[in-house]
Design a protein around this ligand. Sequence first.
Ligand code: GCV
Length: 698
Amino acid sequence: MQIGLWGRSALCTALMLLTALAPANADDGYRLWLRQTAPTSQASVEIKGGTPTLALAGAELRDILSAEDGTVLVGLSSDPAIAALGLPTQGLGDEGYLVRAMTNNGRKTIVVTANAPAGVLYGAFALARHKATGGDIASVNLRSVPGVKLRVLNHWDNLDGHVERGYAGQSLWDWWTLPDFKDPRYTDYARANASLGINGTVLNNVNAKADSLTAPYIAKAAALADVFRPWGIKVYLSARFSAPIEIGGLKSADPRDPAVAAWWKAKADEIYKAIPDFGGFLVKANSEGQPGPRDYGATHADGANMLAAAVKPHGGIVMWRAFVYAETDPEDRAKQAYTEFKPLDGQFADNVLVQVKNGAIDFQPREPFHPLFGAMPKTPLMLELQITKEYLGFATHLAYLAPLFEEVLDAPTGQRKGETVASVVAGAAEGHRLSGIAGVANIGRDRDWSGSTFNQANWYAFGRLAWDPTLSSEAIAREWTAQTFGNDTRVVAPVVAMMMGSREAVVNYTGPLGLAHLMGTGHHYGPAPWVSELARPEWNPVYYHRADKAGIGFDRTKTGSNAVSQYAPSVARIFSDPRKTPERDLLWFHHVPWTWKMASGDTLWNTLVTHYDRGVADVAQMGRQWEALKPFIDQERFAKQATYFDIQYREAKWWRDASLAYWMSVNGLSLPAGVAAPEHDLAWYKAQSFPYAPGQGK
Ligand code: GCV
């Protein structure tokens, strides 16, 4: 379209007017938690050493410290100028850091140091966080070493840009314009991750296409690796197990076939030529239709070890997922990963980690910890968490996930004295060289990266917990809030309170008391506890809740599937007894009558109803708390979140109403006096369909 001279100046005037009228504090959320404004007078930052990573660390510090903060000395502990200071840098390893204010030659100096460049960068970000959360610079003294070695995002991003279970737009990776165009967002992504200590990223979906292992896609991955490298981030790829057939022209992908092993070795050599610090492969095998070693009668260990041998000469690793449930296996789905993997303990090569989801089913709003933790002491187990909210309200619901992550990390396995899931994952409990935590990313091309401001907190919390699994979810919420909305207690206290209760609210309105997997088919959006007609039993919500006229819940004790026997005896004893099982997990482990007396003395049915109501009420309360924050939050982020609370309230009510309508159709009970009836009849809820819901698998 041509715009004439007059038209252009009118357009300019209109634009200027619009800009003048826009709220001065509009904020699109792009800056995430990294929002510090440059000081008016910059500190003098001396960088000792010339690596790109040290330069980045120095630049971060210039952006946040002012002249009054003194001189800043940035560099490796081995640099003579820093070594001369005699700082306690022993034990920092490759990634730990030390940040300390001191007087050096009579000058106020802040030293940011580590044994390797990435550690210095983490130290710089730690100092930025310290400042943004109100820490004193003059007396700063920070020292931290990561508790877990591999802190990795898993992108379920397809090569066509669709993100499986993604609710923040298309994939960040524009595979089409790579490797030529390196979108500046790739750098911003790497910086955000580095600020948390995330040191790896798996670029493509675990439901992988072999194409990502072809030469053009290796070149594209290499371009991303070049952008990420100075930020301390390694690139990994999901490998499709049948790639030797699909792109290699072989007849088989049998891991015991020397031709197959040779193909993978050559492929690994090719990748390492393009990406010398390539991290390795992530594999989903023999799960949900993916190919794998079981197709040839070989074990998961055979498959993992064959790939491990291919990357080993280059220092690479294999992350082999334990998320398996066979299409032909009638065993309780919650038992299948343990049944398959536990006997393989001790058979994996030393550069393999077995990646285990936090619970035995699939990232539900609440699941008891996965029984494999603590049960495979000879194998490093990598914890897989889901940051994207497939089952907790997609992009729109506020569900701060750190309490969920913390719940699993803190769970005692009962296998060895004092052992928790966190200590197993950190490798400390079992003395492993490798350790890792993976998070299924919630990042896309949305301007605010994660679909909502509060979803950014889940990315943040994942990174912080991966670095230090002992951090409390509340402390993380506090530091995130201070950095994201400003360090004003009138904001921080209520926002933290909202965040801390938000996940439990989702549990309450979607699946209280241990109920799980009650969502709609395929898209996983909204309630559908009635679904019973799908081909495989474990695809159906009725398989999980087992509600009948007499009661509800999945009997996983000796009288049922005996999944409890997969836990250590001390834990199994608790889960076997409905009176000892925490009420939050009751229906996960037990089928109990609707009239079952809860600890409160009230019946299970009444208690269930109370939980649904509490969930909806909590969402209403969060909405009110947010309204009260209006004077303190910029208009753009405030308005978007306010709308999202409206959506969440409507959907929480929908979950509650649809669930209650269905339970009543099964148990024939009525609602306790004074409780509101569902808005519609069950038929109405069953008739809803959502063909274009985002994030579906393809
Ligand atoms: C990537 C669930 C999800 C799938 C996902 C799978 C997995 O089943 O719904 O989209 O596939 O988990 O973790 O492999």
